[in-house]
Design a protein around this ligand. Structure first.
Ligand code: 9UX
Length: 72
């Protein structure tokens, strides 16, 4: 079962930023798809919650230097 989460990503100013976040997320076991829009400051992540948690996704995404928050 795949779950889709939308995160708010604060601080991206160019498309390379978005690519960096996407690459970091796509390396994760359990993440199927990560699409990041630098203009909207949004990351859409499709993942398997039996393999990885939303918190882990947030923490890895933040290692790229941006603040990442789950939309409530
Ligand atoms: Mo984007 Mo570049 O926000 O160092 S500015 S990757």
């Amino acid at each position: 079962k795949i779950r889709t989460l939308v995160f708010k990503v604060t601080g991206m100013t160019c498309s390379s930023c978005a690519t960096a976040v996407e690459s970091a997320l796509m390396k994760l076991n359990g993440v199927k798809i990560a699409e990041v829009s630098p203009l909207q400051g949004v990351a859409v992540v499709k993942y398997n919650p039996e393999i990885i948690t939303a918190k882990m996704i947030k923490e890895v995404a933040e290692e790229t230097g941006f603040q990442v928050d789950e939309f409530p």
